[in-house]
Every structure is written in structure tokens, then in C-alpha cells.
Design a binder for this molecule. Structure first.
Ligand SMILES: [Zn+2]
Length: 417
């Protein structure tokens, strides 16, 4: 795993510090870079990106003299998006996954959550969808307008899991989430992979949940592992399926026909648990059998992504399911998709930018480089098409036109010295 250097963390966490690069407000910020990916599969060479306040002003096909930032052998692309994280999950100071009973104070919880957000942003992820915890809401709002540094957050608040409830009660829960400020509804339609992944919610329950969410103007993301549960979720008209470790070619084709987004995980979620058993072992279903199930799921999960990539018209998004200890390592799953699952590097990048933005209903604002879009931009070291691990070497992160992470040496910033 990439370790986040203390300096980078401190820089990202500092709440009221001025931007590391002293941006002047009266003129556009300019970035000269020798390679640009637009987030939709297009690329340009030797360009200057002009940023005016929070938005992309234009891209010129030539490098200007005296830019604010200049990068050699680097790639500029839209800020990355992760459509499935658990941003409030963290490892406490005793080296255990935080639970409500570990004695952490409210301040310790809040700072740990804020640190997760800062790590995620410094790793180049400028937007995340967190599914779910009720705590997400305050983090979302304090980042949006409370001065806290972190990615743009969309949240489901608490997920809906209780398969013993009537369709009417489930509809009521959806309306309660909507009233509480949820951006999306998260539903569990199957058991955890650690418990076999079989369908829990019935077809009628799923129709009630996803139908009510749509009536409230909200999208639905649904946890489903077994092929039967994935099929039921798709036929119920839900928007996006998470995980799908036991997907079959038939159910993936059905999803492609129905336009259901698919969000499978490749590596990070499994490796984070398996490489750090001591953080989790003995809590809930983190038993020896649970770890064994995850170990066995890894090659299956990779094969499912391979199958998904080969399924025509399937809308493949990018979500890591980052949990305690995994925040800031999100790009590991992009590396896995390309190196292990055979997805083309540009396709993996498009998934994590414009396809994700579309799945979130934000395609008119983020996920692509185009005049008028939010200036969510990152610069990475090298060319991700030659070496996908370039995405793990983030040199610069700009969110809504503000530099929030700058990993260069001063000598590389000609416009500032
Ligand atoms: Zn999850």
C-alpha cells in the first residue's frame, strides 16, 4: 500500500492555512502540462488549462510562458470520483476498527472522519459517494460550507437493510432518508460476502424501495452478491448494483439491457481486510470463516470485472468500498482493474471520471475537462496509459479551482518564485 507521507497529510488537513500556491484572484490560474485526459476518452498534448475562480475557463493547445504551474512528464485529468466509500469508518488509536463501543470521544470520531476525507482528497479523489452512515451528513456539509478540507460528498445516510419490514414500512424509511437529507438511497438486497451473499429483500420489497426512491427524486445503489439478487434488483428498476461477486454473464447482459450501473470491486476492499486482520478480527462477522470467504472471493471478483469489461453496453462505474484504513488508497482498485482484470487504462479512467459523474447525476458539473465545468483537476506523475500506478503519484489536486494538495518542489513552480 502507498503510505501517505505525514507532510502531505498535514498540508491537506490544515483547515485555515492559505492555499499552498498563493493563487492570485484577479487573473486565471494556468497549468501547463504535456498530457491531458479529458475524462471522456480524449487526450491532448502540450496544453495550457485556464481556471477562472471555481471553473475551467478554457484549454489552449499550446504551452504559455510563465504559467502558475508547469509539469513535465505528467498527466492532467479530471478529479477522480469514487461512488462507494464509507468515509466515516476508521481505525482507532488502539489499532482496531472503530465501533460505537470502543470509547472514542465525539471529538476523536469527528477528527478521524475529517482525516479520512483529507486523505481521500490528497489522493486525487475530489468527489465521493459514501454509503452509509448518518455521520456522513455533517462531514458533507462541513466540507461544502464549513471550511473543512475534503472531497465533495454525496451520502445515503444509513443504509436500508431490514428485510423483515413490509413494503409500506420500507417506503416510509425511504421518505425518512429523503427528509433527513440523503442524496441517494443505499439498500441491502443480499447478505454480506462473509455470509454467503444470498438474496435477502424480496422482489416486492425491492420494487417498493426503488420505486419510492425514484418518486422522491433519489437514485438507488443496491448491495447484491448472488446472481439471483442482482437479477431481482435489476428487474425492480434500481439504478446501481454494488459488488456482484457471484454475477453471471446472463445477469450482466440483463443489466446492460436495462441500463443498470455496475460497481464491482477488484482488490482494495479485500486486501485491506486480509492484510490488516488485527484491525477487524472478532468484530461482527469478521471471523476466521469470514476472512476465508474474502480470500476466496478475490479471484472470483477479478474474473467478474473481466466479464463485465467484456459485456457490451454494460455501464461500469468505479467504486472501491473503502472502509477503515483504506481511505486515500482508492486508486489501488484502478491499478487492479488494469493489471489484474484487463480493463484498458483509459476505460478505467473514464469510469472513474465521466461515467461516475453521470451515475451520480453530476455530469454537467464534474468528471470531464471542458469550459464551464468545475475546476476539479489533478496532475499525476507520468502517463497512466503506460503505467497505471501513475494515478497513485498525485502531484497536484485542485477542487473547484482551489489548490488543496501540492506535492511539487518549489523549483517546479516557475510562476511563483
Ligand atoms: Zn460498502
Amino acid at each position: 500500500m502507498r503510505t501517505v507521507r505525514p507532510f502531505a497529510l498535514l498540508a491537506a488537513v490544515a483547515l485555515l492555512a492559505p492555499p499552498l500556491a498563493a493563487q492570485r484572484r484577479d487573473q486565471p490560474v494556468t497549468i501547463v502540462v504535456d498530457r491531458l485526459f479529458d475524462g471522456r476518452g480524449g487526450q491532448m498534448r502540450h496544453v495550457t488549462v485556464f481556471v477562472d475562480r471555481s471553473r475551467i475557463l478554457r484549454v489552449e493547445p499550446r504551452p504559455i510562458e510563465q504559467p502558475t504551474f508547469r509539469f513535465d512528464d505528467a498527466t492532467l485529468l479530471p478529479g477522480l470520483i469514487d461512488v462507494h466509500v464509507h468515509i466515516t469508518a476508521y481505525v482507532n488509536r488502539a489499532g482496531r476498527m472503530h465501533t460505537g463501543r470502543d470509547g472514542d470521544t465525539p471529538a476523536q470520531v469527528a477528527f478521524s472522519e475529517a482525516a479520512n476525507a483529507a486523505r481521500t482528497l490528497a489522493a486525487g479523489f475530489t468527489t465521493i459517494q459514501s454509503v452509509g452512515s448518518a455521520d456522513d451528513r455533517d462531514l458533507r456539509d462541513w466540507i461544502a460550507d464549513g471550511g473543512l478540507t475534503g472531497p465533495r460528498i454525496l451520502t445515503s445516510l444509513d443504509p436500508i437493510t431490514d428485510a423483515s419490514l413490509s413494503p409500506d414500512s420500507l417506503r416510509g424509511l425511504v421518505r425518512a432518508r429523503a427528509r433527513a437529507g440523503a442524496d441517494v438511497i443505499k439498500i441491502f438486497a443480499s447478505k454480506s460476502i462473509r455470509d454467503g451473499g444470498a438474496q435477502t429483500m424480496s422482489d416486492v420489497q425491492l420494487q417498493a424501495l426503488c420505486g419510492e426512491a425514484h418518486a422522491q427524486g433519489l437514485r438507488t445503489v443496491v448491495h447484491a452478491h448472488s446472481a439471483a439478487s442482482m437479477r431481482a434488483v435489476t428487474l425492480a428498476g434500481c439504478d446501481q448494483i454494488e459488488h456482484g461477486v457471484f454475477a453471471t454473464p446472463e445477469v450482466l447482459q440483463l443489466m446492460a439491457q436495462r441500463g443498470t450501473y455496475f460497481d464491482p470491486q477488484c482488490s482494495l476492499i479485500f486486501r485491506n481486510y486480509l492484510d490488516h486482520r488485527n484491525w477487524f478480527q472478532g468484530i461482527g462477522n469478521f471471523t476466521a470463516e469470514g476472512f476465508e470467504a474474502m480470500e476466496q472471493a478475490i479471484p472470483v471478483a477479478v474474473a467478474v470485472i473481466r466479464q463485465a469489461v467484456a459485456t457490451p453496453d454494460l455501464k461500469l462505474v468505479f467504486g472501491t468500498d473503502a472502509v477503515a484504513g483504506a481511505h486515500g488508497h482508492n486508486a489501488e482498485d484502478l491499478v487492479c482493474r488494469v493489471r489484474q482484470a484487463g480493463q484498458k487504462a483509459m476505460d478505467a479512467i473514464v469510469a472513474a471520471t465521466s461515467t461516475n459523474a453521470t451515475a451520480l447525476g453530476l455530469a454537467d458539473r464534474i468528471g470531464a475537462i471542458e469550459p464551464g465545468m468545475q475546476a476539479d483537476l489533478i496532475v499525476v506523475d507520468g502517463n497512466p496509459l503506460d503505467d497505471i500506478t501513475a494515478l497513485q503519484r498525485v502531484l497536484l489536486v485542485m477542487k473547484a479551482g482551489r489548490v488543496v494538495h501540492d506535492d511539487q518542489t518549489l523549483a517546479q513552480r516557475p510562476g511563483l518564485r
